[in-house]
Design a protein around this ligand. Structure first.
Ligand SMILES: NC(=O)c1ccc[n+]([C@@H]2O[C@H](COP(=O)([O-])OP(=O)(O)OC[C@H]3O[C@@H](n4cnc5c(N)ncnc54)[C@H](OP(=O)(O)O)[C@@H]3O)[C@@H](O)[C@H]2O)c1
Length: 194
């Protein structure tokens, strides 16, 4: 079981602009080049921060969504928030707050050998890293710059640096960078795929 932060980022390192908009990302047709289907197939549980969840609620899954869609995840999903947030009856959404280690222990158990996906945002991924629980970072770089916004991973990770596992061109526009988090001891787990 691995805990993986899988996201898309602008070239200058933002996963959303300062208004939480991702129109700059959605402008690209998938074109059948996305790695998402193979990625989600190995996920047993996922988690996200409240702003990511609220963005989904507002745009896609809430009653007033501009572009309504079904709850997109078959896997149990943990939403981190200090507030009480709404939940759709057809979704397996569970709420958590505080130390990520508490929720992670349950996510790992529920995932039953499959991986845990940290959807974002960047600080939540940073909390998993702070706790020594983040194993991999997979960032798809999108050929735009935003100037400012929500950073991909607002932490200083320099020593040991991240270990590059692979670089994949995804269609005509995207580049996917796959990193493994090295532990202080230098004993990073071996990657289980290219
Ligand atoms: N480019 C991509 O692929 C991609 C992927 C994911 C997300 N996004 C976008 O990126 C943006 C991320 O927003 P964001 O950086 O503000 O992050 P976020 O993680 O979505 O939300 C942060 C909020 O989550 C709550 N939270 C986080 N950790 C918590 C903890 N341990 N305990 C309790 N509550 C906790 C806090 O709010 P409260 O306590 O007030 O609820 C915190 O302010 C969103 O707009 C999202 O749509 C983009």
């Amino acid at each position: 079981m691995r805990t993986v932060y899988y996201t898309a980022s602008s070239l200058d390192g933002y996963i959303a602009d300062e208004r939480h908009a991702i129109d700059w990302l959605m402008q690209f047709p998938d074109g059948g080049h996305s790695s998402y289907p193979e990625f989600i197939a190995r996920i047993g549980a996922l988690c996200m921060g409240s702003h990511t969840y609220e963005w989904m609620w507002q745009h896609h899954i809430g009653p007033a969504a501009a572009e309504p869609m079904a709850w997109p995840y078959a896997q149990p999903t943990w939403v981190f928030s200090s507030r009480d947030l709404p939940r759709r009856p057809d979704s397996d959404v569970r709420f958590a707050r505080g130390d990520v280690r508490t929720a992670h222990a349950v996510m790992a158990e529920v995932a039953a050998g499959k991986d845990v996906w940290v959807v974002g945002g960047g600080d939540l991924a940073g909390q998993f890293h702070d706790a020594g629980l983040l194993d991999e970072i997979i960032v798809t770089t999108v050929p735009v710059t935003l100037g400012r916004g929500m950073p991909v991973l607002p932490r200083r990770i320099t020593s040991p640096p991240l270990q590059l596992v692979s670089v994949r061109q995804m269609g005509p526009a995207f580049v996917q960078l796959h990193y493994q988090v090295q532990r202080i001891s230098g004993t990073a787990a071996a990657p289980d795929r290219p």
